[in-house]
Design a protein around this ligand. Structure first.
Ligand code: ADQ
Length: 505
């Protein structure tokens, strides 16, 4: 009997290839929500990951050498890495274009930011077909193919088009928009039809699933919806599709354990020793207009303005992780953030107190966890977010149960954390400012009971719970029923000329 193996497919592989000044190639674990979530899952179980290698095409690299590099990466990460190569035009029109100039803003309820360039669509289709070919070439009929996110909605459609039968699941990491937003998409029928070619489609929240079902009911009249509750069945003229909500999570235990380590504790102590006698408020985001950073800075200024007792008593540490910097819109956002930070610091700073510490770079894992552990308040105010793992990571690292989470009601995480977090409307500057004041003066008992509730919930619904819920729905089996890593991993010795850099989240 053929063994069913697990193949994860995402736009990017779980590693980033780069070249140091010395000319040596390095591979680092990738960053971002998807890698943080799936890394521990595959590491625990093994499997293979198919994805784009990143902008490697611009550098001259021998194909054999790349294979060596990936073999090395496979042994370090614990799962096999299978690259998909993209041309410059494909990167431009499929990735920057259709994915990030159309689907990303539209699905985050920001249609005015969309660039509906018709030339993007064909390239999006072509690249999805390319991914489907790589999947077909690297899997067998018994394997489970798990496709991730908005870049790759058409993969199951193209597998079916060329007659390749695989069991497929799809998980959307970003929100699914309401009908009146989705309906603006010129390719709305093709996208809905393609989603209904998977065997199982998963969303982050019930709200996303409801939005999707509204679109199916309105735009696909031949599809019948059967059932209620956690998972429903869609009967299309071609097949049956299961549709469910599976809120993604984190490896809670690992975050909590590392947060308790001596290394993190030492670093946390240094942070607080340098910013004494005040409460630290933490904001951590990728550079992106959906994360609501400028409005958050304005809310912080509003709090300092209206509540003078906060001056000198709170410091906002705003960490921004560089992302999509080559896109003018993101460059403009960076400049706006820097202008606001300068303006607020210029206005409120005193000799021994600077209101905002601004950090624009990725953090090492130890640094990141030290900030989570030491900051008393997390201020997480995306305008819209699929889930937001930072909110969950902050809670997992708040091992003394004394952190306060201020969270946007438009983050997917709000559904799960509403019993402990202070929920805010990120567009309401005065409301967010009031929440900052409330968090600052919250008594110890309330802090502890709220944080304990959130930590319990995240611990119970951790990343392994998420992956098992998905597999049970799609396959009636658990992650540990997949075979171990040996089935996929190469056996060659690591090449001497490449190295794995220190792990970053
Ligand atoms: P992202 O938009 O990347 O993910 P998020 O869920 O917040 O957003 O994940 C960010 C990840 O980056 C976190 O795991 C965090 O640890 C890491 N990170 C943050 N700051 C960092 C720093 N300074 N240095 C290094 N690493 C840092 C997408 C969707 C989300 C969804 C996830 C998972 O947009 O809504 O929650 O996928 O499904």
């Amino acid at each position: 009997m053929e063994t069913s193996r697990l193949t994860v497919v995402s736009n990017r592989l779980a590693i980033a290839v780069g070249q140091e000044e010395s000319g040596q190639w390095t591979i680092k674990p990738g960053s971002g929500g998807l890698v943080t979530a799936l890394g521990p899952v595959l590491r625990d179980r093994g499997g293979q990951w198919i994805g784009w290698i990143g902008a490697i095409g611009q550098h001259p690299m021998d194909e054999g050498f790349l294979d060596d590099l990936l073999d090395h990466g496979s042994r370090e990460t614990g799962y096999a890495l299978k690259p998909v190569h993209l041309t410059a035009e494909e990167i431009q029109k499929y990735y920057h274009g259709f994915s990030n100039e159309i689907l990303w803003p539209l699905f985050h309820d920001l249609p005015t930011r969309c660039n509906f360039d018709p030339s993007y669509w064909q390239v999006y289709e072509r690249v999805n077909a390319k991914f489907a070919q790589t999947v077909a070439a690297n899997t067998g009929t018994g394997d489970y193919v798990w496709v991730h996110d908005y870049h790759l909605i058409m993969v199951a459609h193209y597998l079916k088009t060329v007659g390749v039968e695989r069991q497929t699941g799809f998980f959307l990491h970003i929100p699914f928009p309401p009908l009146d937003g989705f309906i603006k998409l010129p390719w709305r029928f093709q996208i809905l039809h393609a989603l209904l070619r998977y065997d199982l489609v998963g969303f982050q929240t019930m709200r996303d699933r409801r939005n999707f079902m509204d679109c199916v009911r309105m735009l696909m009249p031949k599809t019948r919806v059967v059932g209620q509750g956690h998972i429903v069945r869609c009967l299309t003229p071609e097949q049956e599709v299961l549709v469910g909500a599976f809120p993604i999570s984190i490896d809670f235990r690992q975050f909590a354990e590392i947060a308790a380590s001596q290394e993190v504790q030492d670093q946390a102590w240094i942070i607080h020793a340098n910013l004494p006698e005040r409460q630290l408020i933490l904001g951590i985001d990728r550079l992106d207009y959906t994360k609501g950073i400028p409005l958050r800075l304005k809310a912080f200024a509003n709090a300092l303005e209206r509540y003078p007792e906060l001056r000198g008593k709170v410091t906002l540490i705003q960490v921004v992780v560089p992302s999509r910097e080559e896109v003018p819109e993101y460059e403009a956002l960076k400049r706006e953030i820097e202008r606001l930070v300068g303006e607020i610091n210029g206005r409120f700073s005193q000799v021994e107190w600077t209101p905002i510490h601004y950090i624009y770079r990725p953090l090492s894992r130890v640094e990141l966890l030290a900030y989570y552990r030491t900051c008393e308040i997390a201020l997480i105010t995306p305008l819209k977010d699929g889930m937001n793992l930072v909110a969950k990571e902050f809670c997992a690292c708040s091992i003394e149960n004394n952190g306060v989470l201020i969270l946007s009601e438009f983050a997917g995480a709000a559904a799960q954390l509403q019993n402990g977090a202070l929920l805010v409307n990120p567009f309401d500057i005065v409301g967010v400012a009031d929440a900052i004041r409330r968090a600052y003066s919250m008594d110890e008992n309330s802090r502890r009971s709220r944080m304990a509730r959130m930590r319990r919930s995240i611990q119970r619904h951790d990343i392994f719970h998420w992956v098992n819920a998905f597999f049970r729905a799609g396959l009636h089996k658990d992650l540990n029923q997949f075979p171990r890593v040996e089935l996929f991993l190469p056996t060659a010795e690591p090449s001497a000329s490449c190295s794995i850099a220190d792990e970053e989240p």
